[in-house]
Design a protein around this ligand. Structure first.
Ligand code: G6P
Length: 609
């Protein structure tokens, strides 16, 4: 959620740090700051608000060839200038930026205060600055190593010292740190997007690692201070993928990318002649596949909704019992781990703290977890026992769109795979993979009619709240539609199983209430129609997402507005029905003047509990 960027080289560090921060701004953004060692002193500037606020108020002539920078999403202490990072030691020699949470910070603060340290902020991070300064003589790496010895909690840090303008030291425990290797320059960041404009050669630090960076060299050591030569990896993203291009917002760009991102997810993974799929990274042999009796998926937010969609596919198509649970609830239940259950951790970022903690808890108890992840090299991707990359490309907008559809495709591929090893007929398998191949074209057709959704978003803009209803596989789509709307437009919205409405929420319905029905013509369509009747009888305003029918006009008779999506197999309908909902939220938010890509209070990747 917070973002780190650091540089050491021969160029002017400040523009590189500011550009990196802006690329990280999507992660969290209530304050930001920079620190540069210049002529024996640390020059520090930090400010509450957006990065442009900090940039606008920068002192003239700030320049140096190394530095660290941070964009913050407040956890300990309000978003103020003083609480912004970097934090500096009392002697002014050490500056630190930090992602994560120091659990024993209160005890450390007391200890440091007894030593005479004066705290300037309310943050937990500040203890890092004082601790490192306490141990610093002329070896910054040792001082950092000594300091982290005292820390309980999670951290990704980057540190500079006033008298070492040619060095940045960083360390990781539970919060990502990636090093970028350039020509006579080195970068550090919490996320590759910050440095991809400069280099594609990266090293992901593991927990316990410490790295020392100089312009023309670097050294990495593990938790035991032993030298480790880590693999240099090539990032396969192109810089255009993290730029808006001709789109006004990342969210709109990412909605429009779904035609390609869905295709990329299944390309090379389908075997049409056998009606099955091929997934390389599962690390399961045949025997282990046969032993699977149940599936359990853990996730948060939009990823949780994708998992819910998949649970219908697993039970209906593959005939494997499947449960889905919000990761934060699962982990605190002292969960019972079963050896014949295959667990999934589903996460776009691969860094969500609750999902990661659930994964670790399962593994501690001997369970096997597959990751369904977008960000290559992320913690969940590395710690899971195998998995599926969803290949949706970098997702920058806080509100997840293309990752949702790719997560569903990845899990669909797994459902067909395991289904075909059990009772699914070759004919059904072939039909499913053929239908999947046709999805990108159908997504394209929906996107061509995006203007119609924009008109409807304007029409329903004044609503105080909106209900989203669906049945079966469309129920999680309704949940996702409601989540999208509240995340970015701040209009209250609730997603419900359509049949559940009569057990309470129906009390909310009057002539002002818009009710969005996700109602593809699947086997539950008739049932959903009855729920539409119930809403209409109470004068609710219906907006229906459905398929066109040559003769049956019942939906049109009940609904005030109808958005059509192309026909597909019902298991795949969420990939189509969700797209108008994403567009609806987007246009509502734009019309209301919201900050679409960076909605208030939210962060892209939530690395705290
Ligand atoms: C945050 C984001 C959501 C996202 C959720 C899970 O809350 O704002 O958009 O769905 O985290 O993220 P993950 O990276 O694990 O999919």
């Amino acid at each position: 959620m917070c973002g780190i960027v650091g540089y050491v080289g021969e160029r002017d560090a400040l523009p590189i740090l500011l550009e990196g921060l802006k690329r990280l701004e999507y992660r969290g953004y209530d304050s930001s700051g920079v620190a540069l060692p210049v002529r024996g002193r640390l020059k520090v500037h930090k400010k509450a608000g957006k990065i442009r606020e900090m940039e606008r108020t920068l002192p003239q002539g700030l320049s140096g060839t190394s530095g660290i920078a941070h964009t913050r999403w407040a956890t300990h202490g309000a978003p103020t200038d003083l609480n912004a990072h970097p934090h500096v030691s009392n002697d002014g020699r050490i500056a630190v930026v930090h992602n994560g949470i120091i659990e024993n910070y209160a005890a450390l603060k007391t200890m440091l205060q007894q030593d005479g340290c004066v705290f300037a902020s309310e943050t937990d991070t500040e203890v890092f600055a004082h601790l490192i300064a306490k141990f610093y003589r002329d070896d910054l790496e040792s001082a950092v190593r000594n300091a982290i010895h005292y820390i309980k909690g999670t951290y990704g840090i980057a540190v500079v010292a006033s008298d070492r303008p040619d060095e940045v030291v960083c360390a990781r425990n539970g919060s990502p740190i990636v090093l970028g290797i350039g020509e006579k320059e080195m970068f550090v960041a919490s996320d590759v997007t910050a440095i991809i404009a400069h280099t594609q050669q990266v090293i992901y630090l593991a927990d316990g690692d410490v790295a020392v960076l100089h312009a023309d060299s670097y050294r990495t050591t593990n938790a035991d201070a032993e030298r480790v030569d880590k693999d240099v990896q090539e990032v396969d993203w192109r810089i255009e993928e993290i730029e808006k291009g001709d789109f006004p917002h990342f969210m709109l760009k990412e909605i429009h990318e779904q035609r390609e991102s869905i295709e990329r997810c299944f390309r090379g993974r389908v075997i049409p002649e056998f009606g099955t799929t091929r997934l390389g990274g599962l690390n399961l042999d045949r025997r282990e596949f046969f032993d699977i009796q149940r599936l359990k998926m853990l996730a948060c937010g939009t990823s949780f909704h994708a998992a819910l969609v998949a649970s219908y596919l697993f039970e209906n198509l593959a005939r494997v019992p499947c449960q889905v649970e919000v990761a934060s609830e699962f982990r605190y239940k002292n969960p019972i781990i079963d050896k014949n259950t295959l667990y999934f951790a589903i996460s776009q970022s691969g860094e969500t703290a609750d999902t990661l903690a659930a994964l670790r808890e399962i593994q501690r108890k001997g369970g096997r977890v597959l990751g369904v992840v977008n960000v290559v090299g992320s913690t969940i991707a590395r710690e899971s026992d195998g998995g599926i990359y969803i290949r949706s490309g970098p997702e920058i907008a806080v509100a997840s769109t293309k990752a949702f559809t790719s997560q569903i495709v990845a899990l669909f591929l797994f459902a067909v795979n395991i289904g075909r090893m059990r009772d699914m007929s070759p004919a059904l398998g072939r039909h499913l993979v053929e239908e999947l191949a046709a999805i990108p074209g159908k997504v394209g057709l929906i996107l061509e009619r995006a203007g119609e959704v924009e008109r409807l978003a304007r029409k329903y803009l004044d609503s105080r709240y909106v209900l989203f209803l669906g049945r079966g596989v469309s129920y999680p789509v309704a949940l996702e539609g409601a989540l999208k709307l509240k995340e970015i437009s701040y209009i209250h919205a609730e997603g419900l199983p359509a049949a559940e409405m009569k057990h309470g929420p129906i009390a909310l319905i009057n002539e002002e209430t818009p009710v969005v029905f996700v109602a593809p013509r699947d086997e539950l369509f008739e049932k959903t129609l009855s729920n539409m009747e119930e809403v209409r009888a109470r004068k609710g305003r219906i907006l229906a997402i459905t398929n066109e029918h040559p003769t049956d006009r019942r939906v049109e008779a009940l609904a005030e507005d109808v958005i059509y999506v192309p026909d597909t197999h019902e298991a795949l309908s969420p990939l189509l029905t969700v797209i108008p909902l994403q567009l609806f939220s987007y246009h509502a938010a734009v019309r209301l003047g919201r900050d679409v890509d960076q909605p208030r209070n939210l962060a892209k990747s939530v690395t705290v509990e």
